[in-house]
Design a protein around this ligand. Structure first.
Ligand code: URA
Length: 423
């Protein structure tokens, strides 16, 4: 067997065997297979796809390429993943909310890259918040307060780390089998028994069409079944940002407001639905019963108290979250209904003014970002504020923000946030 035979087979749309996939992945990790050869195989997979069997095999091979965290003593443990979007701060609210219902949540999160934000960057905008605790402290904290959120730890799925970095620069990110195996190998290695995945769809998401989002969601659920894990996939809108805030400190503040019952409608509703499924799966109760508990704890302050407990246990202090004092108010030049908000472009703008990074080495400015004043379906008058931009040293012309909004005279319905739930 040679890597050239394997590339050729995939190029000719043939199914690869378990041994062939393992040969390619193991060889690449050892450095025996070169970047240019793996790139070629990834491109053949992106163009010609993979059968379900190939995708299951790839997931298993990636999962076994590194450490697997054993959370047996804490089960049932729930986990949540989002395929990434703009203004997506659900984990910050969801994790303490679910924990306040008595469910263990051991969450390993990532940093933002490009136009999408990451939970770890958001948490680090809380002064002192420590996102790199070791595995034993992580487990002890979950035992003690039912929730911990940390960055990637240990040597989990090194194959994904190496291959994802290559995909990022070879135009091979948008492949459904590659995305499914990448997400599920990491989720399976993180040790939870119940997993909720929010598959974002729309202009600000990896999946641009509902058909592709459904394909990905079905595959994620199937991989979960193969590994005896309960997996539920939500397909949710990412044609406009989630909530109003984009940018790290601003998103933490919006999350705190949501935990206090004063959050944006779309964000609050999504959190309630996701949390209900997580609590239902972990406690083996109906969605309706779970939703009652979730709503109660959001309204009686228990979820907010759990957030404070989480922050304090990881050495953070919410009294000192900094946002820029330099605020630019951008006004609408026309009157009408907001038809579309370009989430991708707004996310990109937020990154340019310092809220995100393009390379892993870049520093983030936690104080900057965007707060929308209107969402799709809202009416806006001429000269009324569209959004405010919190800036420091990196600037962008006003026009770049105005371009993100499409305004029309016809009445527009608000976006349907939850498109489908796949179990
Ligand atoms: N998120 C992942 O973890 N992997 C992908 O391939 C895409 C999104």
């Amino acid at each position: 067997m040679t890597i050239i035979d394997i590339i050729t087979k995939k190029k000719n749309k043939e199914e690869l065997s378990y041994e062939e996939i393992k040969y390619a992945i193991d060889g690449y990790l050892k450095g025996e297979i070169k970047d240019y050869q793996m790139s070629s195989l990834l491109m053949a997979i992106t163009i010609n796809g993979m059968t379900n069997k190939e995708t299951f095999d790839l997931t298993e091979i990636m999962l076994n390429s590194g450490e697997i965290i054993d959370l047996e003593e804490l089960q049932p443990v729930v986990d949540k993943h989002s395929t990434g979007g703009v203004g997506d701060k659900t984990t910050l609210i969801l994790a303490p909310l679910v924990a306040s219902c008595g469910v263990n949540i051991a969450k390993m999160s990532g940093r933002g890259l490009g136009f999408t934000g990451g939970t770890i960057d958001k948490l680090e905008s809380i002064p002192g918040f420590n996102t790199s605790i070791d595995i034993n402290k992580f487990k002890d904290q979950v035992k003690k307060i039912k929730v911990a959120i940390v960055g990637q730890m240990g040597n989990l799925v090194p194959a994904d780390k190496k291959i994802y970095a290559l995909r990022d620069v070879t135009g091979t990110v948008e492949s459904i089998p590659l995305i499914a195996s990448s997400i599920m190998s990491k989720k399976l290695a993180s040790g939870a028994s119940c997993i909720v995945i929010d598959v974002k769809v729309g202009n600000g998401a990896l999946m641009k069409t509902i058909e592709d989002a459904k394909k990905l969601a079905n595959l994620l659920v199937e991989i979960g079944k193969q590994h005896n894990k309960k997996v539920v996939c939500f397909i949710t809108d990412m044609d406009e940002p989630l909530g109003y805030a984009i940018g790290n400190s601003l998103e933490v503040i919006e999350s705190i407001n949501t935990l206090k019952g004063n959050g944006p409608k779309d964000l609050t509703n999504l959190v309630i639905e996701l949390a209900s499924y997580m609590v239902s799966m972990a406690k083996n109760i109906s969605i309706d019963e779970a939703k009652q508990e979730v709503l109660e704890n959001l309204n009686n302050g228990k979820a907010y108290d759990k957030f404070i407990e989480l922050v304090e246990n990881q050495n953070g202090n919410i009294n000192n979250i900094k946002i820029s004092k330099n605020i630019l108010s951008i006004k609408s030049k026309e009157e009408g209904y907001i038809k579309h908000i370009d989430a991708l472009r707004l996310g990109e703008n937020a990154r340019i003014i310092g809220a995100g990074r393009l390379s892993k080495e870049e520093n983030i400015d936690f104080e900057v970002g965007i707060v929308l004043n209107k969402k799709v379906g809202d009416y806006i008058k001429k000269n009324e504020e569209l959004l405010s931009v919190y800036i420091n040293d990196k600037k962008l012309p006003e026009e770049e923000f105005i371009k993100c909004f499409e305004i029309t005279k016809e009445k527009i319905e608000e976006n349907k946030l939850i498109k489908e739930i796949i179990v």
